[in-house]
Write a protein that binds this ligand. Structure first.
Ligand SMILES: [Mg+2]
Length: 219
C-alpha cells in the first residue's frame, strides 16, 4: 500500500517536471498570427457562441435567487456591457491612451447584446443594477450617456474611480466599493465582468465572467 502511494507520488512528480520542461520550450505565438486569431474569433461568431453559453448559465444560476428590494447585481462597463472591439481593431489590438479617451468621449461603444439580455432579465426579476467601472471621474458623464444611449436606461447608480482611488489595484477598488454598497444596505447577489478583478474580493455573489481576448489585467 505504502509502495503504491510512493509510486503514485513519483509518477505525479515526474509528470509535473515533464509538463514544466515542455512549458519552458513553448515559443510564443507570432504577434500577427495572434491578431488574426483574435479577429477570427470575434468576427466568425465564436465569441457570440461563448457569450451565449455564459449568459445562459448565468440566467440559470440567477433563476434560483429570490430577489428582495435591496438586491443588486453589479456590472462592469468596458467589454462587459459596452463593446470597444472596433477601437481595439483600429489600433491593431493595441492600446493608445489618447485614442481610448477620445473613443469614450465620442460615446461610440455599442452594447453587448447578450449581456444586455442578462441585464433585462435581472430587472424583470426585481434586481437592482449598479455599474461599477475603473473609468475615471472625468469620464462619468460620457459613460452615463453611453449607457443610456445603448439602452441601459434603468440602474441605481454608476460608480467611476475618484482621484484618491487611482492608486488602488482594480480588485482593491471594486472590492472596496462593494463593501461600501453593502454597508449602505444593498445585498449583492452577483458580479458581472470581463476581468477577474471585477469579480474577486469581498461580496461578489454569483460571478459571471464575460470572455475578453483583447486584454487582461493581473490584479
Ligand atoms: Mg471591463
Amino acid at each position: 500500500m505504502r509502495l503504491k502511494t510512493q509510486n503514485t507520488f513519483f509518477l505525479a512528480a515526474f509528470f509535473t517536471v515533464v509538463i514544466q520542461l515542455a512549458g519552458c520550450n513553448t515559443k510564443p505565438v507570432n504577434l500577427s498570427v495572434a491578431r488574426e486569431s483574435v479577429k477570427e474569433y470575434y468576427e466568425s461568431g465564436k465569441y457570440d457562441e461563448e457569450l451565449d453559453a455564459v449568459i445562459n448559465e448565468a440566467k440559470e444560476k440567477f433563476s434560483k435567487i429570490e430577489f428582495t428590494e435591496n438586491s443588486v447585481v453589479i456590472f462592469d462597463v468596458d467589454e462587459t456591457v459596452l463593446n470597444n472591439y472596433d477601437l481595439a481593431k483600429q489600433l491593431g489590438f493595441g492600446y493608445v491612451y489618447k485614442m481610448n479617451k477620445k473613443w469614450n468621449q465620442e460615446m461610440k461603444a455599442p452594447a453587448i447584446p447578450q449581456v444586455k439580455e442578462l441585464y433585462e432579465y435581472l430587472l424583470t426579476r426585481g434586481a437592482k443594477i449598479i455599474f461599477l467601472t475603473g473609468r475615471n471621474i472625468p469620464e462619468f458623464e460620457v459613460t452615463y450617456k453611453n449607457l443610456k444611449l445603448t439602452g441601459y436606461t434603468t440602474f441605481d447608480t454608476l460608480i467611476t474611480q475618484r482621484e484618491h482611488e487611482y492608486n488602488l489595484t482594480p480588485t482593491e477598488f471594486k472590492s472596496s466599493k462593494r463593501v461600501e454598497l453593502t454597508e449602505m444596505g444593498y445585498e449583492i447577489f452577483g458580479t458581472v465582468g470581463d476581468q477577474w478583478s471585477d469579480l474577486n474580493g469581498a461580496y461578489h455573489g454569483i460571478q459571471v465572467k464575460i470572455p475578453n481576448y483583447l486584454y487582461q489585467n493581473a490584479f
